[in-house]
Design a protein around this ligand. Structure first.
Ligand code: WTA
Length: 569
C-alpha cells in the first residue's frame, strides 16, 4: 500500500466533492436546515431532540443506546424529549433560570443526557465535569463559574466542597439517597410533567461551559453559544458523514468537548442513533460494542487506537464488526502506523480531525471522498479559512512551519473565556484566532501538525496544564518546588513528568514519591498525576521567577538547551 497517499474509498458520501464545495460554501445556507429559520424560535435542545420527536417518522427511532457492564437502556427521540422536559420542569421548580450555570458531575448514564438537555431547555448554561475529577478540580470549576446547581451522584458528593461554595444553592442527587438536604433526581422526575415550554433564546446566548487547561493559571471556562449548532450539524454531516441509518459511537466523555459537540449535538442534530458506552476501556468490550450494536460510524482517539493495536489481531478476530464503514480520530497526532494498522484491522481509513475546545467544532479534517495523506490533519472545512502565520500575524508560504491560525469568526467559535476578557482577547492577532499549535501547510493545502507552542501537555488526548499539577505538587508537605513537562510516550502521546525539590528534612524514597503521586491523583485527578517524578537539586527559573519548562524538557530529552540568557543565577 502506498502510505504517502490513500485514495478515497468507494461509497455514497454526503460530501461528494470537497474542493468544489470549499469554493462555493456559505454558512447562510446551513441556517435553512433549522426550524428556527422559519419559526424564529431558537434552542439547540429543540433542534437536537424535540424536532425529531415531533416528526412522526422519527419519533420512535432509537436516539440513545446506553450500554455498560451492569446496565443497558434505549431511549427513542420521543422518550428523550419527555425525559428532558421532566428534568427541565425540575429545574424550573428549583428556580433555575436562563443564564444560570448548572454543572453535571457524574458518570456517563442516560440520566446525564436527560439532565444536560433539560438544562439547555430552560436556557441555562451546562457545565459537564469529568467524573474522575477530585476535590480541587471540582472546586476550581464550580467556584470560577459561580455555579448555582450541581447534578451529581451520592458516590461523588464527597468530592464536592459543598460548604465552601457560596453560590452553589442546590444539589441534585442521582442515585439512592436518604438525604433531605438535596434534591432526589428520581423522586422529582417522577412528579414532573412530561411537557415543557422551551425557553426560546438568541443564537448568541450561552449554552455550554467547558473548562480546559492552558500553560498558565487555573483552567479556563470556554463559553459556547447556541449558534454553534450550525457547525455541529454540518460537520457531523460531512466529516462524520452521518446518514439516516447509521449507528454512531463517539467514545469521548461529555466532560470533554468531543463528548458534547460530537457525543450529543452532531449525531442528534442529524437524527442518528447514538451509542453511549459506560464503564472501563478494554479491547474486548470495545470490539463487542462495535459488533453488538452494529456500529457503522465510529469517532475515537489515537490513544485508544494504539491500545487496540497493541492488543493485536487476535483481539478483533472473534468479533464481527462488518457494519463499520467510517472511522475518525481526534485529540492528538494520528500516527501513520496507526492508519496502516486500521487499513489492516478494519479495511478502512482512519480519518484524522483537528480542532480544540475553543473552536467548538472540527476545523481541519480528512473527508471520506478526499485523498488522504497519512500524518496530515487534512484540509479546512468548507467555510473555514486556515493558515500558517508568523508571530506578527503575517501568512507564511507553503511548507514553512509557524502558528496554526483560523480566520475569525466561525459559527462554533467560543464567544468568551468566562470572566476573563483579556484572556479571550489574547487568542486573536490581526483577525486570526491563534491556536497555540505549530504546523505547516503543503503545496496541495494539506495541514501537518508539528507540536504545541506552549507548555500544555497532551496525555492520552487529554489537555493538562502544567501549572495546575505544579500547584498541587507544592501543596504536598515534602515538596518545595515543582516543574512539570510532557515526556514523549509511544502509547499515551505524552506522559506527565514532574521535577521536584524537597523541603528540608525529607529524603527521596520510592514510598515518598508514590505518596506524592497519589496526592496529586486524589487531589486533582488520575490523568493529571505525574507518571514519573524526579527529585532535583534545583528547578530552573527565569530571573522573574517563571519555571523554565523548556529547559527541563531539553534536559529530559538530552537536547541542546538553547537560549538560557534569562535563567536566574
Ligand atoms: C491537540 C480536543 C494533532 C492540539 C478536540 C490541540 C491534535 C489540542 C489533534 C486541543 C489532531 C487535537 N492532531 N493534535 N488531529 N486534535 N489536537 O481542547 O494540540 O482537548 O490544540 O480539544 O489537542 O485539545 P482539546
Amino acid at each position: 500500500m502506498n502510505m504517502q497517499r490513500i485514495e478515497t474509498m468507494t461509497g455514497n458520501y454526503n460530501l461528494e466533492n470537497y474542493e468544489e464545495m470549499y469554493k462555493n460554501f456559505n454558512w447562510e445556507e446551513v441556517k435553512k436546515e433549522f426550524s428556527w429559520y422559519d419559526s424564529g424560535k431558537v434552542n439547540i435542545a429543540y433542534e437536537t431532540i424535540d424536532r425529531h420527536a415531533d416528526n412522526p417518522d422519527k419519533a420512535d427511532q432509537t436516539a440513545l443506546i446506553y450500554t455498560a457492564p451492569d446496565r443497558e437502556e434505549k431511549l427513542t427521540f420521543s422518550e428523550l424529549k419527555q425525559k428532558s422536559n421532566q428534568f427541565a420542569n425540575v429545574l424550573k421548580k428549583h428556580e433555575i433560570e436562563k443564564g444560570d450555570r448548572v454543572f453535571l458531575f457524574m458518570p456517563r448514564s442516560p440520566e446525564f443526557y436527560m439532565s444536560f438537555l433539560g438544562i439547555l431547555k430552560v436556557g441555562a448554561i451546562a457545565g459537564p465535569l469529568f467524573e474522575a475529577f477530585m476535590e480541587q478540580a471540582v472546586r476550581d470549576r464550580l467556584e470560577d463559574s459561580e455555579a448555582k446547581m450541581l447534578i451529581t451522584t451520592p458516590e461523588l458528593l464527597n468530592r464536592v466542597p459543598v460548604n465552601e461554595l457560596p453560590n452553589l444553592e442546590k444539589i441534585v442527587l442521582v442515585g439512592d439517597t436518604n438525604s433531605s438536604d438535596h434534591i432526589d433526581f428520581y423522586k422529582e422526575m417522577e412528579q414532573a410533567s412530561k411537557s415543557f415550554d422551551i425557553e426560546w433564546v438568541d443564537l448568541e446566548d450561552g449554552m455550554l461551559l467547558h473548562y480546559t487547561s492552558g500553560s498558565t493559571g487555573k483552567p479556563k471556562g470556554v463559553y459556547h453559544v447556541h449558534n454553534a449548532m450550525l457547525q455541529h450539524y454540518q460537520t457531523a454531516k460531512w466529516v462524520l458523514d452521518l446518514q439516516k441509518d447509521d449507528v454512531y459511537w463517539c467514545t469521548a466523555d461529555p466532560g470533554w468537548v468531543t463528548g458534547t459537540s460530537y457525543g450529543i449535538f452532531g449525531p442528534w442534530l442529524n437524527g442518528v442513533t447514538n451509542v453511549i458506552v459506560g464503564g472501563r476501556f478494554s479491547p474486548e468490550n470495545w470490539y463487542k460494542t462495535l459488533q453488538d450494536y452494529k456500529v457503522s460510524v465510529w469517532y475515537s482517539a489515537p490513544t485508544a487506537f494504539r491500545k487496540l493495536m497493541s492488543a493485536g489481531e487476535d483481539a478483533v478476530k472473534p468479533f464481527d464488526i462488518s457494519n463499520l464503514r467510517h472511522v475518525l480520530s481526534v485529540g492528538e497526532p494520528l500516527n501513520p502506523e496507526v492508519i496502516a494498522w486500521g487499513m489492516d484491522a478494519f479495511k478502512l481509513r482512519i480519518h484524522d480531525t483537528w480542532w480544540m475546545t475553543e473552536t467548538g467544532a472540527q476545523l481541519i479534517c480528512n473527508y471520506p471522498a478526499l485523498d488522504m495523506k497519512p500524518g496530515s490533519m487534512g484540509k479546512p472545512f468548507p467555510g473555514i479559512t486556515a493558515s500558517i502565520i508568523d508571530n506578527e500575524g503575517n501568512e507564511l508560504p507553503p511548507n514553512q512551519m509557524g502558528n496554526l491560525a483560523i480566520k475569525a469568526p466561525w459559527p462554533s467559535m467560543m464567544r468568551a473565556i468566562w470572566k476573563r476578557p483579556e484572556k479571550y482577547e489574547s487568542y486573536f492577532l490581526n483577525g486570526w484566532y491563534v491556536s497555540g499549535d505549530s504546523a505547516y501547510k503543503d503545496e496541495e493545502g494539506y495541514f501537518w501538525f508539528q507540536g504545541r507552542l506552549d507548555d500544555v501537555i497532551n496525555t492520552s488526548g487529554e489537555r493538562v496544564g502544567p501549572f495546575e499539577v505544579e500547584s498541587k505538587l507544592i501543596e504536598h508537605e515534602a515538596v518545595a518546588e515543582a516543574g512539570v513537562i510532557g515526556k514523549p510516550d509511544p502509547e499515551r502521546g505524552e506522559i506527565i513528568k514532574a521535577f521536584i525539590t524537597l523541603n528540608d528534612g525529607y529524603n527521596k524514597s520510592d514510598e515518598l514519591l508514590e505518596d506524592i503521586r497519589q496526592f496529586v491523583k486524589k487531589g486533582l485527578s488520575a490523568h493529571a498525576a505525574p507518571r514519573e517524578i524526579e527529585v532535583a537539586d534545583k528547578i530552573p527559573k527565569t530571573r522573574s521567577g517563571k519555571i523554565m519548562r523548556r529547559l527541563l524538557k531539553s534536559w529530559e530529552l538530552g537536547l541542546p538547551t538553547g537560549d538560557t540568557s534569562t535563567l536566574e543565577e
